[in-house]
Design a protein around this ligand. Structure first.
Ligand code: AKG
Ligand code: FE2
Length: 269
């Protein structure tokens, strides 16, 4: 809320996402991911033999910095998809900057403290998720329990179909549908920068027998050259430093995710 992006614009993203996934398979395959590349269209990635796959189709695109875009994976149809994604990326950048400043102020830190660590050329990856109806929702999960490996994630959950759940004190709680909202989820790298004051919550997506569901998650990730560590102002004798200095956290995160493990454990001192 108060993100300055109109409901009309968000509706356009929802509509284009639905239109993309409704295309015939051969049309979507034009954006298909190639082996060893995370960008493009495909199912859950297979990284090991005994992995339980998520019930999901996805289109994963790096949207920022612009020279990291691999435009061969950006859909030509539905018409307007790529232009709208570019526009959304630029609007999100404004939200991200404001959000990091507000987070720093909330901890009585200099307002650019997180932004400086996060970097000017931080990466944005947008993941368009499609969860088809699933005949065995009791057995199959849409996205298995995980915490995001980003600093923050800007999420557009489906406007009509629930599915996202958060873990708190050992229990799963449904995230309510709140129209016209971008849900900002804190990722592990924000937990590290805040020395554990802000937590990166574990969440999952459950499947559903009758209805398909979509969501659009934009992961905001510090560039690979950036060192991420607890902000100086948040470390004291009373509150010792909890995490190591980390770089390239995102790479570690993919491995841990597929093993159903929490990456943040690797960062603990
Ligand atoms: O589909 C959703 O609502 C959440 C997606 C999610 O957690 C993710 O893509 O990391
Ligand atoms: Fe997530």
């Amino acid at each position: 809320m108060n993100h300055g992006i109109t409901e009309e614009f968000l509706d356009k993203i929802y509509k284009l996402t639905k239109q993309f996934f409704a295309l015939p398979a051969e049309e979507k395959q034009k954006c298909a991911r190639e082996t060893g590349n995370i960008q493009g269209y495909g199912n859950d990635m297979i990284l090991s033999d005994n992995q339980v796959l998520d019930w999901i189709d996805r289109l994963f695109l790096t949207t920022y910095p612009q020279d990291k875009r691999q435009l061969q994976f950006w859909p030509q149809v539905p018409v307007g998809f790529s232009e709208t994604l570019h526009e959304y990326t630029m609007k999100q950048r404004v939200v991200i900057e404001k959000f990091f400043k507000a987070m720093a102020r909330s901890l009585e830190l200099e307002e650019n403290c997180f932004l400086k660590m996060y970097g000017e050329n931080a990466i944005m990856n947008s993941r368009f998720n499609f969860f088809p109806p699933c005949p065995r929702p009791d057995k199959v999960i849409g996205i298995k329990p995980h915490a995001d490996g980003s600093a923050i994630t800007l999420l557009l959950p489906d406007k009509d179909v629930e599915g996202l759940q958060f873990l708190k004190d050992g229990k799963w709680y449904k995230a309510p549908i709140v129209p016209d909202t971008i849900l900002i989820n804190l990722g592990d790298q924000m937990e590290i920068m805040s020395n554990g004051i802000y937590k990166s919550p574990v969440h999952r997506v459950v499947t559903n027998r009758e209805k398909e569901r979509i969501s659009v998650a934009t992961f905001c990730v510090p560039g690979p050259d950036k060192e991420i560590q607890p902000a100086n102002g948040l470390v004291s004798e009373a509150r010792p430093r909890l995490y190591k200095t980390i770089t390239k956290y995102a790479e570690l995160h993919y491995k841990y995710y597929q093993q159903g493990r929490r990456t943040i454990e690797a960062a603990l001192i």
